[in-house]
Design a protein around this ligand. Structure first.
Ligand SMILES: C[S@@+](CC[C@H](N)C(=O)[O-])C[C@H]1O[C@@H](n2cnc3c(N)ncnc32)[C@H](O)[C@@H]1O
Length: 383
């Protein structure tokens, strides 16, 4: 398939806070595919209200089929379902704000007008609806005070290490170029930019890009908005109120960046858009390297794009995203193997710590919680 790269530098808004650079890989038919993909993600967001309320309606319908004396035991549960509806309606309003104007988000990239009939979500893939829900949980991780503990576990060690490697009293922070691939909703990249470093987040998921565009460029006022992130699942809930609790955001003013700060988000596949050798002083990855089909390609690219002497700071588990995914090829090397690859490619590991307790978009009040014993390391590309 013939291909060429087209880089589009664009502003999301007339006066954006975050400059998003969209790099499209133009291939035969790719334009049409890209449009279709864009439309699919917008449809997923648009169908949230209908799809999620439908699940509540199904439960109500099921209750009506139960023996009357069972139904009488479920009166309180039925009113809990009514309250869930209110929370879902509210989330749907936030989603409307997230996708408002996304057709214009990438200037110069035309998208067909969105079909409102699609709001009903016909032909939608279930994983897409799950991704809308996880985008809401990701807002909690990155942009709420409820996510503060989680962020201090995950982003804290990375930020501290970068401040040690590039101390503000010894370097001009603005001259230090840091890349955060797989930036999610952008908080780690934002925190580095807030400390004065020139930071670029990179992300390829439109779910994430729509939501980060909304938070970074459009949200105004501390804790001015709220979501109900836990309303979608009743499993492992102790109290009804746990499922219905609201989380406010943003916990900081996303525009609170030093004057002349350099903070950009680049949309696209990390492996495809970062091809230039030796341009970054630091690459910071958090819960990212296990997102590859082939982790060697990620490590090799990080090595290539770092300047000689540059650092890769990594924290996260090895929850290989493509393992056991139908239709996806995947390898799942252990950390022992990953370390061999890191060293084999040429890195020198300067810091290595195991067992960093970390959680990811976790619901503190759930009866079920995962905790990762993440690996943290710093690897240097030799001079
Ligand atoms: C597990 S999430 C972590 C997000 C963020 N770093 C955090 O800690 O909250 C991994 C992110 O990497 C993104 N991602 C995965 N593969 C990517 C690729 N090849 N290029 C760019 N982003 C990618 C995913 O869309 C996802 O948002």
């Amino acid at each position: 398939m013939g291909s060429m790269y087209m880089e589009i530098y664009l502003y999301i808004m007339p006066h954006p806070r975050v400059h998003i650079r969209v790099i499209l890989l133009i291939m035969d038919d790719a334009d049409a595919q890209e449009r279709e993909h864009f439309q699919r993600i917008v449809r997923a967001f648009k169908s949230y209200r209908h799809q999620i309320l439908k699940k509540v309606t199904e439960k109500e319908g099921y209750i009506k089929t139960l023996p009357p004396h069972h139904q009488s035991f479920l009166e309180s549960y039925k009113s809990h379902l009514d309250k869930q509806r209110v929370c879902i309606e509210h989330n749907a309003e936030i989603i409307k704000l997230i996708i408002k104007d996304v057709e214009n988000m990438f200037e110069n990239v035309q998208h067909d007008p969105l079909n409102t009939e699609d709001e009903l979500g016909n032909n939608l893939l279930a994983p897409d609806i799950e991704k809308v829900q996880s985008t809401i949980r990701q807002i909690v991780r990155d942009w709420s005070s409820s996510g503060e503990h989680e962020r201090s576990q995950c982003y804290g060690p990375i930020i501290n290490q970068i401040e040690l490697l590039f101390p503000q009293d010894q370097v001009c922070a603005q001259d230090i170029n840091i890349l955060v691939p797989g930036a999610g909703l952008g908080r780690l990249a934002y925190e580095l930019a807030r400390r004065g470093y020139a930071c670029q987040g990179n992300e390829f998921s439109l779910f994430m890009l729509f939501a980060s565009n909304f938070v970074l460029n459009k949200c105004r006022g501390l804790n001015s908005l709220r979501v109900y992130p836990w309303v979608h699942s009743g499993s492992n809930t102790l109290l009804n109120s746990d499922q219905l609790r609201a989380v406010t955001f943003p916990d900081v003013d996303p525009s609170d960046l030093p004057p002349r700060s350099q903070f950009t988000m680049a949309a696209g596949d990390f492996l495809e858009i970062y091809t230039e050798d030796g341009v970054w002083d630091c690459v910071a990855t958090c819960f990212f390297i296990d997102c590859a089909n082939n982790i060697v390609a990620f490590i090799e690219t990080i090595y290539k794009i770092l300047k000689p002497g540059g650092y890769w700071v990594n924290l996260g588990p090895l929850l290989y995203h493509f393992a056991d995914q139908p239709g996806e090829l995947s390898i799942e090397p252990s950390y022992e193997e990953v370390k061999r690859i890191v060293l084999g490619i040429g890195f020198k590991i300067t810091v290595e710590e195991m067992g960093h307790s970390t959680v990811y978009t976790h619901n503190a009040r759930s009866m079920l919680n995962y905790e990762y014993q993440s690996i943290f390391f710093v690897a240097q590309k030799p001079f």
